[in-house]
Design a protein around this ligand. Structure first.
Ligand code: DX5
Ligand code: ZN
Length: 217
């Protein structure tokens, strides 16, 4: 399967958001990743629903929305209406994960579950066949520009095994500290979707940075 790249808007220049979205529109990026933080589930607050709506109105790429919020089930319809294509909820934030995934699907979106670095992939054993995607956090969520946690490789390999064993169609997405130095090894470990914030938006040439992740040498 071809690898997908989802630049994370968190690292964009918010005083030039339209320009940065147009850069992504004109690039080989596949999705646009949007990080929603509530200051409770994670120790930071990012942007909210009006920003998702505004971005949706000019983005030509599907929106991959990563909810770092408590009780994400309260906002499923809201994010659907704001333009989310795929909704990622954290395993650690959901007491009734099965019901939440069902609600995301019923609202017409793709459903992903995100795992914090300490959360084992084995916990997904009973739900993996219901998922469109699993997002492995390769940093502790809350901030861009952090260092990639090397143990994520082993976790991605274990997740790939679980997906194959259960015959699940779930894609593997990785988020945090992704750049051209680890993209190739991550793809070999089983990653399908690469989220990259700082590496893309802080680079001189974001479109080229996206290509370097998509076609690493
Ligand atoms: C972190 C966010 C990431 C972040 C990645 O909580 O989920 O999406 O934007 O940023 P980089 O690629 O800079 O590590
Ligand atoms: Zn994210």
């Amino acid at each position: 399967m071809q690898r997908l790249v989802a630049p994370s808007l968190l690292a964009a220049d918010f005083t030039n958001l339209k320009r940065d979205i147009e850069i992504i529109n004109n690039s080989e990026a596949d999705w646009l990743h949007m990080d929603i933080m509530d200051g409770v589930f994670v120790p930071n607050i990012s942007f909210g629903i009006p920003v998702v709506e505004a971005v949706h109105s000019i983005s030509e790429k599907p929106l991959d929305v990563h909810l770092m919020i408590v009780q994400p089930e309260r906002y499923i319809e809201t994010f659907k209406n704001a333009g989310a294509h795929l909704l990622n909820v954290h395993y650690e934030a959901c007491s009734h994960l099965h019901r939440t995934i069902e609600s995301i699907h019923n609202s017409g979106m793709k459903a992903g579950v995100t795992l914090n670095p300490h959360t084992p992939v084995q916990l997904l054993e009973e739900i993996i066949t219901d998922l469109d995607l699993v997002l492995i956090m390769s940093v502790n969520p809350g901030f861009g520009g952090q260092k990639f946690i090397p143990g994520s490789f082993e976790k991605i390999r274990k997740l790939k095994e679980l997906i194959l064993k259960k015959n699940s169609k779930a894609l593997i997405e990785v988020d945090g500290g992704v750049d051209d130095t680890n993209a190739k090894a991550l793809a070999e470990a089983g990653v399908d979707v690469f989220v990259a914030g700082s590496y893309v938006f802080k680079s001189e040439n974001p479109a080229e940075a996206i290509r370097k992740i998509k076609y690493p040498v």
